[in-house]
Design a protein around this ligand. Structure first.
Ligand SMILES: Cc1cc2nc3c(=O)[nH]c(=O)nc-3n(C[C@H](O)[C@H](O)[C@H](O)COP(=O)(O)OP(=O)(O)OC[C@H]3O[C@@H](n4cnc5c(N)ncnc54)[C@H](O)[C@@H]3O)c2cc1C
Length: 478
């Protein structure tokens, strides 16, 4: 975006080395890019059609769940969602190729891979100093810049430096460690399967004829564990993809699950067989080489809902993306909101004639309420996709969806539909979604209280009359 606006001498420092950053073989999770992310990409001239070619448009519209007792295909989306599923690395490579496809951009942007930022300092009002380590040589290096934009993710070093530069700077973390959520205990690991997948399925409870289930590359397959241990939930979600790419499988479990302790491929396969006995050809689908790689892969965990108290420091440091708003993957807004940050900055630069002194405070003023809203909404609607969520919580979410849908259709001027259905709309700001959600919740409570009061008024006389009648009857008998 900056290069398109005519800025030159832009340096991108990226910790990963070339092999990891642009890996040939994708070993990465799948992201849902929502319309606001798509709009942001197209506003900076990225070929969004490539996203559809390399990913799956209409994300989650075609899902099959394999359970120990049966399997069920279902269509989730009743109308187009415009959400595209894309591997994280495909998106990164798309942006990287975008820079290198245009000499105007590649001359302006210098990408340094294997450069791990350590600190950001402000030695004078004239510049900001970035100290980084060359991961190959281990040498420390330094750049003095006019502006630093920290988009180095949830464990941002620029955020760490902000805490030193600005004593009032805070990262607010919404505690998500409740009996209903347990996001803190959830871990994930990635597994890769062939895109053209045939599962030899046999229900584990009633052995009968096997079924060969052949899946389209774009179908999402969810596999639920046969070991119904509520304390050790386990689930595999195999995201769909284009025919020429491997399927990425997100293995979700709690931190104590035995799969995370497997050190060899054989242990991994045995653990998978124990959990998925209904997949009779498991060793064909997951070859030993892949199981060995799985055992070595890093264990991932999701961020708790967090947001920053400000997005900038003076006119020299700006934060974006997960550095200012991060949360578990439930509401699927991480990448889209990060891309939207860029679009918002661009609009503000237009309005301020690229005056950064004015633009940065305006960015915070406009975006910080959205950062907070994202954290609150993801906290409020956490764990929506996990089947081990307690039934009471699932019921609450379902009732929320249903009641809001009904009320918003009957009285659209007073009630809004559930946030989960508004997320695909790019025209509503997150802070506005939160405001509407709060107002709707308050009104639903008010309606509930009025209905309860009416019920008490209607029922009380009947109960009192009945009780009095009973008493009089007894007295008469006496
Ligand atoms: C399993 C999983 C599923 C997800 N699913 C979705 C989804 O469906 N939809 C969605 O929108 N979001 C999803 N997300 C969240 C999404 O990935 C993030 O919100 C998004 O990538 C944030 O972008 P970012 O650029 O701010 O940070 P990142 O994508 O984390 O990028 C930060 C970059 O900075 C680099 N870096 C970090 N530290 C340093 C350093 N010290 N020096 C130099 N470079 C550094 C990193 O290597 C990385 O390349 C998911 C996340 C996970 C883990």
């Amino acid at each position: 975006m900056l290069a398109r606006r005519g800025y030159r001498d832009i340096t991108v420092l990226e910790r990963m080395d070339e092999a990891e950053y642009l890996a040939e073989k994708d070993r990465t999770y799948v992201l849902g890019v929502f319309p606001r992310g798509r709009n942001a990409l197209s506003s900076i001239g990225v070929d969004v059609d490539r996203m559809d070619r390399e990913g799956v448009p209409e994300y989650m519209s075609n899902v099959t769940t394999l359970k120990p007792s049966d399997w069920s295909p279902f269509l989730v989306a009743t109308k187009p969602s415009n959400v595209t599923a894309l591997k994280r690395q495909s998106l990164v490579r798309m942006l990287y190729d975008h820079i290198h496809s245009d000499s105007g951009l590649s001359d302006a942007i210098h990408v340094v891979l294997g450069a791990e930022v350590a600190t950001v300092d402000k030695p004078s009002s004239e510049c900001v100093r970035v100290i980084y380590r060359d991961t190959r040589s281990g040498k420390e290096k330094m750049i003095d810049a006019d502006l630093v934009i920290g988009c180095d993710g949830v464990n941002s070093k620029v955020v760490e430096s902000m805490k030193r530069l600005d004593k009032t700077f805070r990262i607010h973390c919404l505690s998500n460690i409740s009996s209903l959520a347990g996001v803190n205990d959830v871990r994930y690991k990635m597994l890769c399967l062939p895109s053209d997948l045939t599962v030899d399925y046999q229900p584990s409870s009633q052995p009968g004829p096997r079924e060969k289930l052949r899946f389209l590359p774009s179908t999402v397959i969810i596999l639920l564990s046969a070991l119904r241990n509520r304390k050790l939930p386990f689930r595999l979600t195999s995201f769909g993809g284009p025919a020429n790419q491997e399927r990425v499988v997100l293995v979700l479990c709690t931190k104590d699950h035995p799969i995370l302790g497997c050190n060899t491929g054989e242990e991994v396969l045995r653990c998978l067989e124990g959990n998925l006995p209904f997949v009779r050809n498991l060793r064909e689908i997951v070859p030993m080489a892949e199981a060995e790689l799985f055992a070595k892969r890093k264990i991932g965990r999701f961020s708790l809902p967090r947001y920053a108290s400000t997005c900038h420091h003076g006119s020299r440091v700006l934060l974006m993306g997960d550095a200012i708003h991060s949360f578990p993957a439930d509401i699927g807004q991480g990448v889209s909101s990060s891309l939207e940050d860029v679009q918002i900055l661009s609009t503000i630069l237009d309005a301020t004639n690229d005056d950064w002194r004015e633009a940065l405070p305006r960015f915070t003023k406009e975006r910080q309420p959205d950062c907070r809203a994202l954290a609150v909404l993801s906290h409020r609607y956490k764990n929506v996709a996990r089947e081990w969520t307690p039934a009471a919580y699932k019921l609450k979410l379902f009732a929320d969806l249903l009641i809001k849908r009904l009320l918003s259709r009957l009285f659209p001027f007073a009630f809004s539909p559930s946030v989960m259905t508004s997320l695909t709309r790019a025209d509503i700001k997150y802070s506005e979604m939160l405001r509407r959600d709060n107002a709707t919740r308050r009104r639903i409570w008010a309606v509930g209280v009025v209905l309860a009061a009416l019920l008490v008024r209607l029922v009380a006389p009947v109960v009192v009359t009945g009780a009095a009648g009973g008493l009089l009857g007894k007295m008469a008998t006496f």
